[in-house]
Design a protein around this ligand. Sequence first.
Ligand code: LLP
Length: 427
Amino acid sequence: MDLNIKVNEKNHLDIGGADACDIAEEFGTPTYVIDENRIRDNYNRFYSAFSKYYPDFRVFYACKANTNLAVMKILESEGCSIDAVSPGEVYTARKVGFGSDRILFTGNNITNDELKFVHDEGVVLNIDSVSALKRLSEVVDPEGLKISLRVNPMVGAGHHDHCITGGVMSKFGIMDSEASEVYQMAKDLGFNPIGMHSHIGSGILDPEPFKLAIESTMDIAGKVHQDTGIDFEFVDFGGGIGIPYTPEEKIVDLDEFAKVNIELFKEKIDEYDMSSPAMFLEPGRYLVGDASTLLVTVNSVKQSYRKFIGVDAGFNTLLRPAMYDSYHHIVDASKMGDENTQKVDIAGNVCESGDLFARDRLMPDVEEGDILAILNAGAYGFTMSSNYNSRPLSSEVLVTDGECNLVREKQSFEDLFNNQIIPDHLK
Ligand code: LLP
């Protein structure tokens, strides 16, 4: 099993050297528990796998996966850069200490004000449509401004239809067939186009689609180079590398993955006679996905037509199972040694039937008061949580070599009223 589960001498789940049940007791549940060393290891494994074969390589963490300030600080300290998709993410990254040269903005359907905000922060924009290109040239001075364009490599893959971002159904990027024309337009408007970007989707364990995407993106870049004379400073192939969520799934062999894709990248550079651009990748899930665990408490066990284990969190806390039917491995952190004896449904506390973390899941004899750990909740977990059902957003705890620090307080009921204004006539 590639799920990296550790158990301590009390038969409790160990998270980064701390006892999951102790964390639950000290900080309450639901709480996201982040393992600092795991993030550092993930980053270093990822960076060295690629930079070994191609030193002009940079990692842009797709911070939409997890914008906790501590998580971003950890990656900042490792030398990572940021892929931001909204002005809010740019603002957050700047606040954390990322210089503007360490942020790349890849927005979609963004307004003129947003284009201007990102530009004024000194961040290079990745433009995803002719509309945005023209509008950018109207709201800022395009003369000599470095920009990049996002193209649709006509390859798409992902763990769910919602997470496929290339191909004919995708709203992202400029069509491959019009890339040269749009790059020429950018030049004619006065811009200095230095980069090309593509991203095929998210949660991909199969290396094949990435190879196809590198091939196709480089064919587009090569053709643009030949048609317009642009010499790219970088080509950015986005993110998407998956992690194992089920015990059967295998981790991606990163060394092999890097070797094969960089060989292909270099072949294409030669084929199109380009001066070697830097290679950028934008992993989100790979860096943080397996570094957080959502701890919840079992508050009811109900034998109905099925057996339901009820917990104190719901899809407002972790949306992925309800939204994508995603599998998250769940263990009883209080009794890790116990054998799985029964099939149960693990249900949340939101008033909707779809609020289930698992159906027909093999578990030990789970009892009220047990702490369940929902694994691999670090990517698109907290960032997609909401106040639905007027539930306060949960807390987050950082574990560093067994030491725990609260890095986000649980919201209060008062926080639910933030920014709401009752008009005078209703007072
Ligand atoms: N770059 C771009 C332009 C992206 O749109 C994304 C993710 C990434 C990089 C990072 O992809 P990753 O390495 O994390 O797969 N909420 C979904 C995932 C949505 C991904 C959106 N874009 C989920 O929970 O699975």
